[in-house]
Design a protein around this ligand. Structure first.
Ligand SMILES: *Cc1c(COP(=O)(O)O)cnc(C)c1O
Length: 386
């Protein structure tokens, strides 16, 4: 087993809290960077929305990665963490004037734009300030990722990106914007993708589109950004603690045909931070129903919403008990029937006070926490300083 939980220290800490294995985080970031560096022109931007905890952002900055942001707040968090503005990209369908102005003034690397009205807004706000903004067009590649419906983003029916049919109109429009410099194309097909075929399909679309743009307009852009989406093994967090970045980057190197000098950007979130985090929680009660028994824990859906929101599976371990297993529904205290972490889970016989680790919670865990039921937001602890 990879993660060694400091269970004695946990006994004295108020629960629930997120626990981050900082060695695993650093190893994961370093592995991703090392594998990407095998190919010329590959760059990684960390997708801040997966986890914007400042300690995590500091680790990302130390390794020298850029940042992918989806709100003005994330742009601010990335810059405050010391990530250079010229390594920050900003995507999102609903960028407000305030967010755009902030990003223009900070001099971010690139806006990944998602509609004509947004381009219009950036042009106007840049003109007023005598600035030029670099943009990439987010293309909707109409590639369906084999993942949960709520986290596929690359289909024509999704709100994200610009469809192929509208691309000519968008390019013509950009031609009339003196304060905008088009530098690239951006794609992002979804999240928690474990089948390389989905990325290969994306590569095929990018190649087609590059060929088309070159033939019809003589257009070769210096930057291609293929987004993120590499998944993690929620079922086996110890066996697959570091995702297979070698395979991921090799897949792109093989299937994506870059033009001479073109730079390829990746925006990885979950795969970089998912496995280093666990939500640590105490069993408040064990309740025996007529047909089920419940382990009622002190963490709720407000601390980790993925099971309630996506039906997501997280492995749960009882760190206290080593008794023979029984079946439990592990549930939180929130007044919602969806406040369930896992149904019918085999766990060692559990008692009030036992400590559970809800694994693989480093991505979209703490970042999605909320205060429903007047709950305090979960705190965080780190293996370096516990
Ligand atoms: C969420 C998001 C990412 C990161 O996705 P992961 O699945 O966490 O790797 C990358 N790019 C964009 C535009 C995103 O919205």
């Amino acid at each position: 087993m990879r993660t060694n939980f400091p269970i004695t220290a946990f006994n004295d800490i108020e629960t629930p809290f997120y626990y981050y294995d900082m060695d695993l985080l650093r190893e994961t970031l370093a592995t991703a960077l090392r594998e990407a560096a095998k190919y010329e022109g590959f760059h990684i931007h960390y997708a801040v929305k997966a986890n914007f905890n400042p300690v995590i952002l500091a680790a990302v900055r130390e390794q020298g990665m850029g940042a992918d942001c989806v709100s003005g707040g994330e742009v601010k968090a990335a810059i405050e963490a010391g990530i250079p503005a010229d390594k920050v990209v900003f995507a999102g369908v609903g960028k407000t004037d305030k967010e755009i102005i902030f990003s223009i003034e900070k001099g971010i690397f690139c806006f990944n734009v998602e509609s004509v009205p947004e381009i219009e807004a950036i042009e106007r706000l840049c003109a007023e300030r005598g600035k030029v903004a670099k943009i990439a067009i987010r293309i909707n590649p109409n590639v369906g990722a084999h993942t949960h419906a709520n986290i596929t983003t690359g289909l024509a029916e999704n709100k994200f990106g610009i469809n192929y049919e509208q691309l000519d109109e968008v390019l013509d429009f950009i031609g009339g914007c003196p304060h905008i410099e088009l530098i690239g194309l951006h794609f992002h097909i979804g999240s928690q993708i474990l089948v390389m075929d989905d990325f290969i399909a994306l590569c095929g679309r990018v190649n087609e589109l590059q060929k088309l743009l070159q033939e019809s307009r003589g257009l070769v852009l210096p930057h291609i950004n293929v987004g993120g989406g590499l998944g993690i093994r929620y079922d086996a967090p110890d066996e697959y603690d570091v995702p297979d970045f070698a395979l991921y980057f090799a897949t792109y190197a093989k299937h994506l045909h870059l033009q001479k000098g073109q730079q390829l950007h990746f925006e990885l979130g979950r795969s970089l931070v998912g496995q280093c985090g666990s939500l640590i929680t105490r069993v408040t009660y064990v309740k025996k129903g007529t047909c089920k028994q419940f382990a009622i824990v002190d963490a709720g859906m407000n601390d980790l919403v993925r099971p309630a929101m996506y039906g997501a599976y997280h492995k749960i371990e009882n760190l206290t008990s080593q008794k023979p297993c029984e079946e439990y529904d592990v549930v939180g205290p929130i007044c919602e029937s969806s406040d369930v972490f896992c149904k019918d889970m085999e766990l060692p016989e559990t008692e009030r006070g036992d400590i559970f680790a809800i694994r693989s919670a480093g991505a979209y865990g703490e970042a999605m926490a909320f205060g429903y039921n007047c709950r305090e937001l979960p705190k965080a602890r780190y293996s370096d300083t516990i």
